[in-house]
Design a binder for this molecule. Structure first.
Ligand code: NZQ
Ligand code: ZN
Length: 393
């Protein structure tokens, strides 16, 4: 196990009605806040009304900025920063999913940053101050409600870049599983794929002696899969959404990644698909992840045998570890199919024109200096290109 620090400062308000506590929860941080939301789902399903009522009852003033698109855009972040500065806002409250939360994190950092907020993402500037961020989660997926990360798309440059800084973890997040009842089936599936990938990126490691986090990863994956299948049949099952909601937060607040080297190559490969083609993050991950698994599994076949047996329930002949590993990956892909997720780049509606460009962008080879991605196995652009090709059709 590697050395680690553990500091999970986000207060989670979990369960029915928790969105109505948000006014009192943000009050100690701010007199006036930015209420940030997406394309309108929160107005249709009543979450907006509950949140604004809670803010009014607690005497918290707010200004609003809606319109965050999935794969949140830099242009709206600039608008938000201007609004926050003009209105002397002291906290950003995101009511939505990963896209709204990430946009709020960028606005909150950008409001206190002297330069261009995009530099923070592109140059990895180590900022040391941000406005506090709070969230009312409406889709369990990205884990941004308790993560120190955000991902912003620069639509002009066609770049989608992530940034991680502990100061951006939200101070408080409401997670009410009832909010997830209105999610379309494909959004539920995208979210499940994303949170499973957050676990895979940590689970597949070359670090040894990580028994506790190995077992926690495996248990969380099993709970996600069991409950996702319940939701395919009944999208209003509160208990199943509770499990999935809780798992989504745990999958990415890094409690499952402590003391171990992490990978993150699949996320790197997916971000290129989203940057150029604006595909849903979880759908892109469902395509690239099995391809990555097949490409790297012989690096440490035992890790994939363990995954197949302990997570995917494979019972095979241990004298043929490759067959067990392959069966595990095949079962994962079958599970994704049951959720209606795509398994090829073509199913995402993408042609093969940009595969090489994406491989070079993912490894920064197109910006001069190639930087291999991933840690389970270091991948150069030719490896990434091979993986894209292997899942093309
Ligand atoms: O915009 P509205 O109308 O609200 O609709 C949204 C959006 O179209 C809809 N939706 C959300 N809650 C709903 C709902 N529809 C009906 N009922 C509800 N209760 O769902 C759509 C997708 O929302 P989005 O916020 O984009 O989803 P998600 O949470 O999957 O976020 C994806 C973004 O998060 C980034 C991804 O790259 C992507 O940009 N990620 C952020 C991470 C982080 N900050 O730590 C880590 C992740 O790996 C990920 O990269
Ligand atoms: Zn993700």
């Amino acid at each position: 196990m590697l050395n680690f620090e553990l500091n999970l400062p986000t207060k989670i308000l979990f369960g029915r009605g928790s969105q109505r506590l948000i006014g009192e929860a943000v009050k100690p941080f701010a007199k006036k806040i930015l209420l940030h939301y997406g394309g309108g789902s929160v107005k249709k399903n009543g979450i907006y009304d509950d949140v604004t009522r809670s803010l009014r009852e607690s005497g918290v003033e707010f200004v609003e900025l809606g319109g965050v698109a999935p794969n949140p855009r830099l242009s709206l972040v600039y608008e938000g920063i201007k609004l926050v500065k003009d209105e002397n806002v002291e906290l950003a409250l995101a009511v939505g999913g990963g896209s709204v939360i990430d946009s709020a994190k960028a606005i909150a950092m950008g409001a206190l940053y002297d330069g261009d907020v995009w530099d923070i993402y592109e140059k990895g500037v180590a900022v040391d101050k941000t406005l506090p961020v709070a969230t009312v989660l409406t889709i369990p997926a990205a884990g941004s409600e308790a993560s120190p990360s955000s991902v912003i798309t620069n639509e002009k440059k066609k770049l989608k870049l992530g940034y991680t800084n502990e100061i951006t973890r939200p101070v408080v997040s409401s997670v009410n599983p009832e909010h997830f009842f209105t999610l379309p089936k494909n959004q539920m599936a995208n979210g499940v794929s994303d949170m499973m990938s957050h676990i895979f990126e940590r689970y597949f490691t070359r670090t040894l002696n990580t028994d506790l986090t190995d077992a926690l990863c495996e248990a969380t994956l099993r709970v996600i899969m069991r409950n996702a299948l319940i939701l395919v049949e009944n999208s209003e099952n509160y208990e199943a959404w509770s499990e999935i909601g809780f798992c989504g937060t745990v999958a990415h607040n890094n409690s499952l990644g402590l003391g171990r080297e992490q990978d993150w190559a699949s996320h790197g490969m997916e971000h290129e698909l989203s940057a150029i083609y604006d595909v849903a993050h979880g759908a892109g991950l469902a395509v690239v992840t099995p391809g990555w698994m097949r490409y790297v599994c012989d690096t440490d076949i035992n890790s994939f045998v363990r995954f197949a047996v302990k997570v995917m329930g494979v019972d095979g002949d241990f004298r043929d570890p490759n067959a067990i590993a392959s069966e595990g990956i095949k079962r994962l892909q079958e599970f994704y199919k049951k959720l209606g997720l795509p398994s090829t780049i073509m199913e995402l509606g993408i042609d093969d024109k940009n595969l090489e460009i994406m491989a070079k962008k993912a490894t920064r080879a197109s910006f001069g200096e190639e930087t291999p991605i991933g840690n389970f196995r270091k991948l150069r652009w030719l490896d990434v290109f091979a993986i894209y090709k292997s899942v093309f059709q």
